[in-house]
Design a binder for this molecule. Structure first.
Ligand SMILES: [Zn+2]
Length: 496
């Protein structure tokens, strides 16, 4: 069962902030400023407590020195039984131990085992796990798979292989099936990231994302019933092979940090091209009325964001309709747009733009979404407002509780229960996007967007941190932005 807080949020905040993972359009976030949901009334918020002193930027943190395992190459061969909603298959991931030390343990994330999913029937099991061809002991604690005794030499390649079985829950979610649609987001065992904090196996966060992975390559063979119309990260190689009632599809993707699929036998496809990027919009008959809006927002977003932030680097993008209340969800080269009930065309376009904004802020410029969620959500919300021509409406006030910083980790928000969930939306979507717009206004468009392009260039396919963003903005603008960041509650100290 989903927890009541989430359910309450879906009803109360849906109109304002498209509860769940995504994101609110700038217009809707602006028009209902958090008052009903959190009890926060800006007029009575009183004086903000003085923020902690700004921590001067010193030498670059050591975080970037330790980040791996690098260059994961995933090969998967899976079968999806669309009648039973079960995925079975084999996974192999090769990587380099770039961590400057021998590795004695490894972790994977099994997001399908999060409580919110298992409550609706999900399960994720691993068997026959081998490291460098040898059987290895492992244990699973909810979303963390731990391989405790390995010996991986530094600077050497390694391979982990395993069989896995995933029961897809019946729910309107990024991971679930509902009516004829199957949404496979965060559905396979994915290598955890080792950084200066050690292994990152943070818990699943149902109101946003807590994912963290490095870019690599995928080669995925999927067998399922031949009626399925499938959207996927990457590009399909050749035509599917038919075998009785089944079809075998093969996909390859490069420089992506995850691999998602979404399918429905009833999907129709609408195509467009912009700047040599193919856009495919997948929609059911019920969603057909929104197909043009998804395509229009897709074409405009790719063009606009490439021009303002840096060129979209992949050959393809899928925009996929699904029934749900959470708004949308981003995966590399695939965005889920969750449409239930009646939505305005403007809402669909804005959510589509937000999710495509994540192709830049999450997909290309990656971040630890648990530790610094603002680095993707605030930026995607800003991108949607750029698309919507509503930057001037980014005026959300900060949460009056000064325990919440823009650079607060999700654990800070969740430690406050429902108040924290409200604060998460208010700060990370609302106030964060306003902060970026305030920075744009302070620097002027030319300097701001050229600094964003420098940020893109330096962080492309890598991982960013709040410190990195602050340093690059400061350097590119030639201005001391310490006071600006302090006033906007952007602190390096939350992560370091
Ligand atoms: Zn988002």
């Amino acid at each position: 069962m989903k927890n009541t807080a989430k359910r309450a949020l879906q009803f109360t905040a849906a109109a304002a902030l498209s509860a769940g993972m995504l994101g609110a359009s700038a217009a809707s976030a602006q028009s209902i400023p958090y008052t009903q949901d959190t009890g926060y009334d800006p007029a009575n918020a009183g004086q903000l407590a003085k923020p902690a002193p700004f921590q001067a930027l010193g030498k670059k943190g050591s975080g970037q020195d330790v980040l791996g395992p690098a260059d994961p190459k995933y090969k998967m061969n899976v079968y999806y039984d669309s009648a039973k909603h079960i995925v079975t298959g084999h996974l192999e991931v090769a990587f380099q131990n770039n961590l400057k030390q021998d590795l004695k343990e490894l972790y994977f994330n099994l997001w399908g085992n999060a409580d919110t999913h298992t409550g609706n029937g999900a399960s994720m099991d691993v068997s026959k796990l081998k490291v460098n061809g040898k059987k290895a002991v492992f244990n699973v604690d909810k979303t963390a798979l731990h391989i405790p005794s390995v010996s991986l030499k530094k600077n050497k390649p390694a391979t982990v292989s395993m069989d896995f079985k995933v029961t897809i829950p019946n729910q309107q979610d990024r991971f679930g099936w509902y009516k004829g649609t199957t949404s496979l987001g965060n559905w396979f065992p994915i290598l955890s990231v080792y950084d200066k904090e050690g292994w990152n196996v943070d818990p699943y966060f149902p109101y946003g994302e807590s994912f963290y992975s490095l870019t690599g390559d995928f080669d995925v063979t999927l067998t399922t019933d031949k009626e399925q119309v499938i959207a996927a990260t990457g590009t399909e190689i050749g035509k599917p092979q038919k075998a009785g009632n089944l079809a075998i599809h093969r996909y390859k993707a490069q420089d992506v940090r995850d691999f998602a699929l979404e399918m429905d036998p009833g999907y129709k496809v609408k195509k467009g091209t912009v700047n040599n990027v193919k856009i495919n919009v997948y929609y059911t008959d019920e969603q057909a009325v929104y197909a043009d809006s998804m395509l229009k927002a897709g074409l405009r977003s790719i063009d606009l964001f490439s021009g303002h932030f840096g060129t979209y680097p992949w050959p393809e993008l899928d925009i996929v309709g699904m029934e749900g209340w959470f708004g949308g969800m981003e995966y590399p080269q695939l965005t889920m747009i969750s449409i239930a009930g009646k939505r305005s065309q403007g809402w669909v376009q804005s959510v589509t733009a937000h999710e495509i904004g994540h192709q830049w802020f999450y997909g290309i410029i990656g971040d630890n979404e648990y530790d610094e969620p603002w680095l993707d959500e605030s930026f995607a919300t800003f991108a949607a407002a750029l698309h919507d021509n509503t930057l001037d409406r980014l005026t959300a006030d900060p949460n009056p509780n000064t325990a919440f910083h823009l650079s607060s980790p999700i654990s800070t928000f969740t430690s406050y229960g429902d108040e924290g969930v409200g604060a998460y939306y208010q700060m990370i979507y609302g106030y964060g996007s306003r902060t970026l717009n305030d920075l744009r206004l302070k620097l002027g468009d030319d300097v701001f967007y050229s600094a964003m392009k420098a940020y893109f260039k330096e962080k492309k396919f890598g991982i960013t941190t709040t410190r990195d963003f602050m340093e690059i903005m400061k350097k590119e603008s030639g201005r001391d932005l310490g006071e600006f960041f302090r006033e906007h509650r952007v602190f390096v100290s939350d992560q370091e």
